[in-house]
Design a protein around this ligand. Structure first.
Ligand code: C2E
Ligand code: CA
Ligand code: CA
Ligand code: CA
Length: 273
């Protein structure tokens, strides 16, 4: 800082200050928006190897009247830190259950995947909240999939395992999101009730050309095959990517190539036909 003659430091402090202010503003807006239900859910289709839709992933969207549209990549970590993810995540689970019940009523078989963040999963009321939501809505629990990241599995493995088993007993299934990007060991795969792995977009993006990504993708498919797990590839944008994945044995594909996330009602209307 000295070599900058001090002005660098001042600028740095100003930036820090602006960032802290912005963060506070977002935190405040988040609380208001959770209370005021200013969030929307989008649904992105998942298709099988023949291109038939088998389900969707629900993704949060937040458009604030003043701050505009804010990416979940930005607000989810803040909601995790403040704890707002607990009511917000409960709302997402509720919407997922209502959607599953509506689909069932319409006679349509689709899975609905929901992202569950670690703090939400570990909250004391999570398991009971899911149970009562399933009961209230009459949703077919076997079509509800919780996407969790490897980060969740690092700490308190025993407690996490117990919770996962409680939820599995209700019929809910588990998917490991962003598989291979975390720091956890593979040992958990045999100790936890896991149904599915999701190949992260970072391993799909440079297919089919990148040899390392191709090797990683094939290794994930091989592990999954031997452990009898289902695999979803995310972020599939091209026919060449889809072809290689399907050729390599991947059973479910998700990405812009087959469909962008769109408002959940629109997705529902499309599914009902
Ligand atoms: P994710 O779970 O890995 O979700 C996939 C992200 O990739 C989504 O971004 C999706 O819109 C985007 N995507 C899908 N297909 C393609 C594609 O072909 N190309 C490209 N470039 N992108 C694609 P999004 O919606 O911005 O969400 C970002 C992250 O925010 C999610 O990553 C997830 O970790 C988190 N998130 C979103 N909704 C929720 C939620 O309801 N609860 C929690 N806890 N986290 C959420
Ligand atoms: Ca996900
Ligand atoms: Ca991902
Ligand atoms: Ca993720």
């Amino acid at each position: 800082a000295k070599s900058n003659g001090g002005s660098g430091t001042a600028f740095f402090e100003q930036t820090m200050h602006a960032e802290a202010e912005q963060r506070l503003a977002i935190e405040h807006a988040l609380k208001e928006s959770v209370a005021g239900r200013l969030f929307e859910l989008y649904a992105q289709p998942q298709v099988d190897r023949l291109g038939n839709e088998i389900g969707c992933e629900l993704l949060l969207r937040w458009t604030h009247p003043v701050h505009g549209s804010i990416s979940p990549l930005h607000f989810i970590p803040i909601a995790e830190a403040t704890g707002d993810i607990i009511p917000l995540g409960a709302w997402v689970v509720e919407q997922a259950c209502r959607l599953l019940a509506q689909l069932q009523e319409a006679g349509i078989e689709r899975t609905v995947s929901v992202n569950v963040s670690p703090r939400q999963f570990r909250h004391v009321a999570f398991v009971d909240g899911v149970r009562s939501m399933l009961q209230q809505t009459g949703a077919p629990s076997g079509r509800l999939i919780f996407e969790v990241t490897e980060g969740l599995l690092i700490e308190n493995l025993e407690e996490t395992a117990a919770r996962m088993r409680e939820l599995t007993a209700m019929g809910v299934r588990f998917s490991i999101d962003d598989f291979g990007t975390g720091y956890s060991s593979l040992a958990y795969l045999k100790r936890l009730p896991i149904h599915e792995l999701k190949i992260d977009r970072s391993f799909v993006r440079d297919l089919p050309d990148d040899a390392s990504d191709k090797a990683i993708m094939q290794s994930i498919l091989s592990i999954a095959h031997h452990l009898q797990l289902q695999v979803v590839a995310e972020g599939v944008e091209t026919a060449a990517q889809a072809d290689l994945l399907i050729e390599s044995g991947c059973t479910i594909i998700q990405g812009y190539f087959f469909g962008r996330p769109r408002p959940v009602q629109e997705w529902f209307d499309g599914a009902v036909g």
